[in-house]
Design a binder for this molecule. Structure first.
Ligand SMILES: [Zn+2]
Ligand SMILES: [Zn+2]
Length: 447
């Protein structure tokens, strides 16, 4: 996923409004439990760090996560889970039944991005593959999914080894193809909630590129946007660049459509309702003096409400067609790819509050930050759409001194997720991730 957020507000410690949870006896019990988990995390750390570096060096693109999935399946088996592979693409499902109690699903994503790594790390990826267009591209875990997989594996090991301290069922899933917004749908269509125990809660974490390691951040309720991809084929009638009157120029028409589309947000949408319409790609023509037959536009559309989403997608079609009619051009083709739709992510309030209270108890109030929603997308949302409470929180992964330097006036901005320069610091990010996720699960199951 991707988003932009200045962490300045986080660093100056904007309050979260959620009170810490446990009373005194509860707090003492939690302290003891946290100490046990800490010890287990410490014992696993060297092995987890090695796993992290292996995953970082061997990234695989969306829907190609063959070796990654095999490694995760092996990790879960070694931790005592019953494992099923190829559940929706290379999806991995591990189940650990441990007596009566709630069922908790913990999700990691597995895919990397077509980005050529420039971090200079000793364990940097040198992988190259052909993408779906046949281009030779570098591959990198530039969204931190390697960190997610490592924390997930660590959590599986810790919870499995502490079985006498909890009761219930764990469902650990390794999800493919998050970056193209299809993996969660593939796993659900393959029967994730029918073939395996249906969870009472779903948890996930995601790396944060501007929050210091040792800290976490969260959003209650709406956290991430609906994401749609739209393709517009603008049609004209080509000819000689010196004789425009004998043509219908799709380049001028495309330019008009792009500008008209900006009025959807500025003139058609309630100013308090966030919408983004970005034309991220425009391609047309071959040479200075030839008017082409067509121009291709690619858009990303972000909304947070279903009705607004429908209105925005309808408005794009209407505006493109009207502009074409005004230019006496053929009707353009406007395609919305339903396969690339990612629904908005809503962190269920009760589950969010319960888990945030725990995070504050174990990390300290000053290390748990509330942040506003952003217009990025994440298909973890689809599990919530099945009527199951979900919660995804952000794991700080950046050296605190870098965060502080970037927050100063004139400071260099930190690389965002998906940047070829983004990298999480393994220690203590892995420790914080495993500790918080293990305790969050124990907070929901029985005993
Ligand atoms: Zn991403
Ligand atoms: Zn991601």
């Amino acid at each position: 996923m991707s988003f932009r957020l200045l962490s300045l507000a986080l660093l100056v410690g904007l309050g979260s409004g959620v009170a810490a949870g446990a009373d005194e006896p509860g707090r003492a019990a939690l302290k003891e439990r946290a100490a046990v988990v800490d010890r287990r995390v410490g014992e696993e750390f060297d092995s987890l760090q090695a796993l992290y570096k292996y995953l970082h060096t061997h990234p695989e693109l969306s829907l190609q996560e063959e070796k990654t999935a095999a490694r995760l399946a092996k990790e879960l088996k070694d931790a005592g889970f019953e494992v099923t592979e190829k559940v929706g693409g290379y999806g991995v499902v591990g189940v650990l039944k441990n007596g009566p109690g709630p069922t908790v699903l913990v999700r990691t994503d597995m895919d990397a991005l077509p980005v050529t790594e420039a971090t200079g790390l000793p364990y940097a990826s040198k992988e190259r593959v052909r993408d779906k267009n046949g281009n030779d591209v570098g591959v990198m875990h530039a969204c931190g999914h390697d960190m997610h997989m490592t924390c997930w594996t660590g959590t599986a090991r810790v919870l499995s080894s502490l079985k006498d301290r909890w009761s219930g069922t764990l469902v650990f899933i390794g999800q493919p193809a998050e970056e193209i917004g299809t993996g969660a749908r593939l796993m659900l269509e393959a029967g994730l909630f029918k073939r395996f125990p249906r969870p009472d809660y779903c948890l996930a974490l995601h790396c944060e590129a501007r929050v210091p390691h040792g800290h976490v951040a969260f959003t209650e309720g709406l956290a991430l946007a609906n994401v749609d991809s739209v393709d517009i084929l603008v049609k004209g009638k080509g000819g000689h660049g010196s004789a425009p009157h004998t043509t219908v120029d799709p380049v001028v028409l495309a330019a008009r459509i792009i500008l008209d589309l900006q009025t959807i947000v500025s003139r058609e949408t309630n100013p308090t309702d966030p919408v983004v319409v970005t034309v991220g790609s425009i391609h047309g023509g071959t040479k200075h003096n030839i008017i082409p037959n067509e121009v291709k536009l690619q858009l990303t559309v972000r909304t947070t409400k279903d009705a607004t989403r429908e209105h925005t997608l309808e408005a794009i079609k209407r505006i493109a067609k009207a502009a074409a009619a005004g230019a006496r051009a053929p009707e353009p083709e406007v395609k919305v790819d339903p396969g690339e739709y990612t629904p908005a992510l809503v962190n269920e309030p009760k589950l969010t509050r319960k888990t945030v209270a725990l995070l504050k108890d174990v990390l300290g109030e000053d290390k748990v930050h509330e942040r506003p929603p952003v217009m990025g997308g994440e298909d973890f949302s689809r599990y919530g759409q099945q009527g199951i409470p979900i919660f995804m929180y952000w794991l700080g992964t950046i050296a605190p001194e870098r965060v502080a330097a970037s927050s100063k006036e004139g400071g260099e901005p930190l690389p965002s997720l998906h940047s070829d320069l983004f990298y999480p610091v393994p220690e203590p990010s892995i420790k914080t991730g495993v500790k918080t996720m293990s305790l969050a699960v124990m907070n929901l199951v029985g005993k």
